[in-house]
Design a protein around this ligand. Structure first.
Ligand code: ZN
Ligand code: ZN
Ligand code: ZN
Length: 360
């Protein structure tokens, strides 16, 4: 079954007359078309009944075709009103669902073109599909993870005292491309106190002997799937007081979470089993984020591994397991693997050293 057919079936169940999807991850997921988000309207329409079609500017039609779009393409000329065209093709739907990232200007233009039509979000339908990976997607995620593992395995080439985070980050970014990604999505090199900010990227700070360094990196492969892995390095010397003890607890917490995650358990329970271990060691207040996020055609998608999410894990769900601790002004650490729920357990896609790696 095509992805759009599954989307169609879910739309019908949700009493949505049509799904409208503009350029972005959802469009790429449904059609393979990585359309640029340009000012001219491109929009996939998946009606609850009947065949889907793609409304696209005539000058983009050949790009859509060569990307493998295999639904009818309805082209529009420069002076046409694409919203009127859409509305005439749609008739008078009672309820349409727009993709979560659709520009507000388009949502409002659709409201004007279809004044009697209720609007809702397509997110619930599309994220339900995207969270459950098929065999080809799982293979694509394996390849992405192997590519980022090759970058982590080369860290000794770049990370050493006396270099700035920015210099190290530039080398890592080049390696992310060299090892098989099409885009660099993010490079976090958090040395010493900068490691205490989970989303610190890079700075001009010079890495010092004895600094723990959090390296969290990811990219997108040519087939459109993302990698994301965090490892921790020590730039020679002695780690700061308390760091190694906390790191030992973090290793246990992350291992327990990996052992726990499997089909039939809830997303929040994966968070809880790790958080409990950190809390018992007095590190609970330092674990300031959720345990993880789903991953696929975007780095962050459903399912979110967080307290309050009672979603039951199913085979094919892919997500990160990335507990951490962050001591402001001093240091931080995070251990992050991407894993996939299998029929009876968990396949962990990253395989580089999770122990603190000492480089000097
Ligand atoms: Zn993050
Ligand atoms: Zn992550
Ligand atoms: Zn990460």
């Amino acid at each position: 079954m095509q992805r759009w057919e599954r989307a169609q079936a879910l739309a019908k169940e949700s009493e949505i007359d049509a799904l409208l999807v503009t350029p972005g991850a959802d469009l790429r997921y449904l059609t393979g078309y990585a359309a640029k988000p340009l000012e001219r309207l491109t929009c996939l329409v998946v009606p609850a009944d009947g065949a889907p079609f793609l409304v696209a500017p005539n000058l983009e039609v050949s790009a859509a075709e060569s990307a493998g779009v295999d639904v009818e393409i309805v082209g529009w000329n420069e002076t046409d009103d694409p919203f009127a065209l859409l509305a005439s093709r749609l008739g008078s739907p009672r309820r349409i669902a727009v993709d979560d990232q659709m520009w507000a200007s388009r949502v409002l233009a659709l409201r004007d073109a279809l004044p009697a039509t209720e609007q809702t979000l397509a997110g619930p339908v599309l994220s339900h599909l995207r969270a459950r990976k098929d065999a080809a997607e799982i293979e694509a995620l394996r390849e992405a993870s192997a590519a980022i593992d090759r970058v982590h395995a080369r860290m000794a080439e770049w990370l050493r005292p006396g270099r700035t985070e920015r210099e190290v980050g530039a080398d890592i970014a080049r390696a992310i491309l060299d090892e098989g990604h099409e885009h660099v999505d993010f490079v976090i090199v958090g040395s010493g106190p900068n490691g205490a900010s989970p989303h610190h990227e890079i700075s001009d700070r010079v890495i010092e002997v004895g600094d723990p360094v959090v390296v969290d990196i990811g990219g997108t492969t040519p087939v459109g799937y993302c990698s994301d892995s965090t490892r921790n390095y020590l730039a020679g010397g002695q780690a700061p007081d308390g760091y190694l003890d906390a790191y030992a607890v973090l290793l246990v917490a992350q291992a327990v979470q990996r052992a726990h995650a499997r089909p039939g358990v809830t997303a929040e329970s994966v968070d809880r089993v790790g958080r409990t271990i950190l809390a018992e060691a007095g590190l609970g207040d330092l674990f300031i984020h959720r345990t993880g996020h789903g991953i696929g055609v975007e780095t962050h998608e459903e399912p979110y591994i967080v307290e309050g999410n009672d979603l039951v894990l199913e085979p094919g769900m892919a997500f990160s397991i990335e507990p951490g601790f962050y001591l402001p002004g001093r240091y931080g650490a995070r251990i992050e693997d991407i894993a996939i729920c299998t029929a009876d357990g968990l396949e962990v896609l990253n395989s580089t050293e999770r122990q603190l790696v000492v480089l000097d």
